[in-house]
Design a binder for this molecule. Sequence first.
Ligand SMILES: NC(=O)c1ccc[n+]([C@@H]2O[C@H](COP(=O)([O-])OP(=O)(O)OC[C@H]3O[C@@H](n4cnc5c(N)ncnc54)[C@H](O)[C@@H]3O)[C@@H](O)[C@H]2O)c1
Length: 375
Amino acid sequence: MAEAGKIKIDLGPRSYWVHVRPGLMARTGPFLAEMFNTRRAIIITDSTVGALYTRPLQDSLRTAGLNVHAIAFPAGEEHKNLATYNVVMERLLGLNPPIDRRTMIVSLGGGVVGDLAGFVAATALRGVDFISLPTTLLAAVDASVGGKTGLDAQAGKNLVGAFHQPRLVLIDTTLLTTLPAAQLRNGLAECVKHAVVRDATLLNFIAEKAPAILAAQPGPLAELILRNVAIKAAIVSADEHEKSLRALLNFGHTLGHALETAAGYGGLSHGQAVSMGMVAACHIAAARGLMHATHAAKVRSVLESLKLPVRFADLPTLDAKARDFQALLPIMGRDKKAARGTVRWILPKGLGDAALFEDVKLEEVRKAIEYLNLS
Ligand SMILES: NC(=O)c1ccc[n+]([C@@H]2O[C@H](COP(=O)([O-])OP(=O)(O)OC[C@H]3O[C@@H](n4cnc5c(N)ncnc54)[C@H](O)[C@@H]3O)[C@@H](O)[C@H]2O)c1
């Protein structure tokens, strides 16, 4: 359900609203005071976002009469782990007076903060409520909606976690104006993903507004976020625990994850990796006749207009092994199917529609990687 500037995530008794508009952070205190039976809020944030926004958020909460405390951890994916969780949790449980089940956790940050703060909320006192103020485009359009929380482990990314839905999501578009351009593009890759698997008109909107979006203009940005949240909301409401439909959100991620792993830490951003993965998936889909070649070309040109890479030549510093099919294959095929000579891919069936294919042959993948090397 959507109203002006807000969308409901329909999950029965655990339903919640996502509000999108400039200036929302200053309204966080009144929102909490009016909607929830809580007098206490603990902000969890990272060092970068905390330095920019903890103070105004604290002011809003205190003015509304809440008792407020803030906990910050060092920014970066490398801190989304059990060690940071332990530090944050011990600080939370060591507060005086002690927190109780009515204490509200307030997540302030990008996807890393959202995942960690959400997991802290899911597990402190066997679960307390949390609300989310996403500050990256990726967190706004993807990570903050759907209730997936978690941490990375030595064995792999996001291997520790829980489903724990927020009670409210407040997306203040003015917070995105401080976001570095590379981080904005990370989020844009996920927006293209949503458009290709669910909404061809969104792809047209992105194509048309690319310069305004890249300039973080508040109007186009708010519309972009609302349209993407609507898509994620529909998918999450239909398939909360990722049994079927939600898997479509892995479009571009089979090769994307493999590229990220092969490139090594810091070699490639997630958005860049997903962009290359989407181009490869469209190439396979077009070669199979699932998707018209002009539609595959359109996805590619929209990604290019957003300054996302569409060929290996766009990533001159990438490690050579990350361009190599033989090196990528074992990373991509870490499931049972790969042993039988096929891998799972989400492939588009035209624009705005996609499905999971379990029978993608290694030869098709090899040709797609060759295409990324030659095109
Ligand atoms: N739970 C989910 O459903 C879900 C979905 C997608 C991704 N994720 C997770 O999200 C994480 C990536 O999130 P991300 O891309 O937001 O990264 P991030 O949270 O690390 O943020 C990127 C960087 O930007 C900084 N930053 C954030 N907001 C800022 C702002 N407004 N101004 C200036 N700097 C700002 C951060 O401090 C950080 O250094 C990954 O760990 C991924 O696994 C989760």
